[in-house]
Design a protein around this ligand. Structure first.
Ligand code: GTP
Ligand code: SPV
Ligand code: MN
Length: 628
């Protein structure tokens, strides 16, 4: 029975059911009883495997089809009337064509199946920040995951009232046919249609589809920001608190940083790190002129491989009850789960494809995941359900860079920070289909998630800066520098606290000193606390070094990207920063002679940047690379 009198909701549900022709329609009310029944049904049908209920109470394993294990960026479309509005880094399809195509695919596809109607809220139900969505789906897996990842049920319909608007989402699993898989976004209609997948980001429509792609578009028009960012709080020994938001591309360390356990001497002193969010932040300017962030989600859809007691104990603890595992291995001796990096290999296990594992290849898919409720997390922040969110002291960008990018550096100001974000590149990971380990541009970690033109997105960041009286400081980190043998040069994980401490010391009224380099401020090696760590300060110095020649090449690469890919909508402020970077990195003949070129401590003399417009002309004439 319909759970609302909201005509728009009823019409939407009716239009979905007349298209897909399900045998039954079930409204998800969010009650524990209904969820329990759905789990039982899914276990019966084989969609879920019940795990050892003593060791992992209320935990289940799900395996997807082998052709359906990650986001499909090349089948994800932004369907704006005007192609230009989707911009150069999104795939675009004409909305009329996209509706027709996906409707044809979905037509009659729920015959013999049940259609579930999931009312959900991104953000605390009824808060100023929150937005309601309705996802219609024929997958119990989707219902159960959405029930963990978002706030689901009748409350959301109540909050919507009789006339409220919502984001429409239709998911039809169809035959999970990769050749007819489409993830369509219609930002101008607040609508998402997903067909022929049953995996994570392709089908949990509240997450990347709504909370980033559609929300970024809404944010641009309404003056706020939807970002691919974790949010964490640091409590200092004197009990003051500061908050950081950090944008890293998929599978580049957000969940791990958000839940980090500081090294022992920090804990002994009284430091504490708490998790507000691990993937998405909705950010607004508060009345006090600061940026305030909320996490619109209610759970974690985290990468399983590499998660262990040492790397991320908090994540592991979070997954010990009420969790759905996707594409991990099944330890058949005790009906628990296993993945690479968790522990010693189990004696008997079934791999993620459902076959006995003989020790060759991966037992768990590299993009296998856990879906776990945020309330389970031992370090979840008391601000997790705060309606107004948390004030940000720092924004941190970061990516997976084997070389070039230092462990940490600070931008000179908001505009330069926006430039640093826009210039991000990172090596691709298993979170999306396609080759891994390929360096690609991923501005603000939003390349796959911006629902409009990337140049306008940069401009929106610049515009936001004008509205923030007390902006957070902007930094860039890189936990992934490698030596010539391919070993990581920084211990990472909990030890990243040492870098966070420096970042927050730079945000204090009495900031710790730093060295100015061509790309921004880097720490003096002795200002990174290495207490309790067996780590060579020489290595630290190496990963803090900014090599001018390397960065000159990097600047040229950014210029190619600006010119050849993003194009004319890039704001002048960013061209000015690019020119400044190039100027800063020009190596004089004398410097070439006494290589390696490194930090300059003389901050007084700054090169004059070319005027943005003349720079634009000059570069536009030069570059033809990277047209897409
Ligand atoms: P998504 O959920 O896809 O957005 O990924 P994420 O950004 O949350 O990444 P996550 O924290 O799950 O980490 C992804 C992978 O990077 C895992 O295999 C981690 O073990 C590894 N990783 C995370 N943090 C660090 C770090 O500080 N150093 C190193 N070397 N690896 C890390
Ligand atoms: C990511 O790829 O950034 C994820 C996983 O968080 S998914 O939800 O599949 O997008
Ligand atoms: Mn994550």
């Amino acid at each position: 029975m319909a759970l609302t009198k909201n005509k728009k909701v009823l019409e939407f549900v009716e239009s979905c059911s007349s298209l897909t022709q399900p045998d039954n329609i079930v409204w998800i009310d969010g009650s524990a009883n209904q969820i329990k029944q759905l789990k039982e049904e899914a276990v019966k049908s084989g969609e879920l495997i019940k795990l050892n209920q003593n060791l992992l109470p209320d935990c289940y394993l799900h395996r997807t089809k082998v052709n359906d294990v990650a986001r499909v960026e090349d089948r994800t479309f932004i369907c704006t009337k005007n192609k230009d509005d989707a911009g150069p880094v999104n795939y675009w399809m004409d909305p009329k064509q996209a509706y027709e195509l996906t409707r044809e695919i979905a037509r009659g596809s729920m015959k013999g199946r049940t259609m579930y109607v999931i009312p959900y809220s991104m953000g605390v139900v009824g808060s100023d920040f929150a937005k309601i969505g309705i996802e219609v789906t024929d997958s119990i897996y989707v219902v159960l995951n959405m029930n963990i990842m978002t706030r689901v049920g009748v409350n959301c319909l109540k909050a919507l009232g009789k006339n409220g608007d919502f984001i429409k989402g239709l998911h039809a699993k169809c035959n999970v046919d990769a050749d007819n898989r489409y993830i369509m976004h219609f930002p101008e209609d607040n609508t998402i249609i997903s067909v022929n997948s049953a995996y994570g980001g392709n089908v949990l429509l509240g997450k990347k589809c709504f909370a980033l792609r559609i929300a970024s578009y809404l944010g641009k028009n309404e003056g706020w920001m939807a970002e691919h960012m974790l949010i964490l709080g640091v409590t200092f020994p004197d009990q003051t608190k500061k908050y950081i938001a950090a944008a890293f591309p998929s599978a580049c360390g957000k969940t791990n940083l958000a839940m980090l356990i500081p090294p022992k001497h920090y804990l002994d002193k009284g430091y504490k790190v708490e998790c507000v969010g691990d993937d998405i932040a909705w950010i607004r300017v508060g009345e006090d002129g600061r940026l305030w962030a909320v996490n619109p989600e209610n759970g974690f859809f985290g990468v399983a491989p590499g998660t262990n007691e040492k790397s991320n104990l908090n994540a592991l603890e979070t997954t010990r009850r009420g969790t759905i595992f996707t594409n991990v291995a099944l330890n058949t001796d005790d009906m628990t789960v296993w993945w690479e990096g968790l522990s010693e290999k189990p004696e008997h296990c079934i791999d993620w494809t459902g076959k006995p594992w003989n020790g060759e290849g991966k037992a768990a898919h590299p993009n296998s995941r856990f879906t776990a409720p945020a309330v389970n997390c031992p370090c979840v922040s008391p601000d997790f359900n705060s309606k107004k969110g948390v004030p940000l002291s720092a924004i941190v960008f970061g990516g997976r860079r084997a070389s070039a990018t230092p462990l940490v550096y600070q931008s000179r100001d908001w505009k330069h920070g926006v430039f640093v974000g826009s210039a991000m590149s990172s090596e691709t990971t298993a979170a999306a289909t396609g080759a891994t380990g390929v360096l690609r541009h991923d501005p603000m970690a939003m390349k796959p998630f911006t629902g409009y033109h990337m140049g306008d997105y940069f401009a929106h960041w610049i515009d936001m800066g004008k509205k923030i009286k007390n902006p957070p400081k902007i930094f860039n980190v890189n936990w992934f520098r490698q030596d010539k043998n391919g070993n990581f040069m920084w211990p990472g994980f909990g030890d990243n606290m040492r870098v966070l401490e420096w970042i927050l010391k730079r945000c204090s009224d009495n900031p710790v000193d730093a060295e100015e380099t061509p790309i921004g401020f880097v720490p003096k090696a002795e200002d990174i606390d290495l207490t309790g760590l067996d780590y060579d300060i020489g290595t630290l110095k190496e990963i803090l070094t900014v090599d001018k020649q390397t960065w000159f090449k990097e600047a040229e690469e950014i210029e190619n990207y600006y010119n050849g890919v993003i194009g004319s909508r890039i704001p002048d402020e960013l061209w000015a920063c690019l020119n400044e970077l190039k100027e800063n990195c020009k190596v004089t003949a004398r410097e070439t002679a006494k290589k390696p070129a490194a930090k300059k401590t003389d901050t007084a003399k700054k090169p004059t940047a070319k005027s943005p417009s003349s720079a634009k002309k000059a570069t536009a004439a030069k570059s033809t690379a990277n047209k897409k």
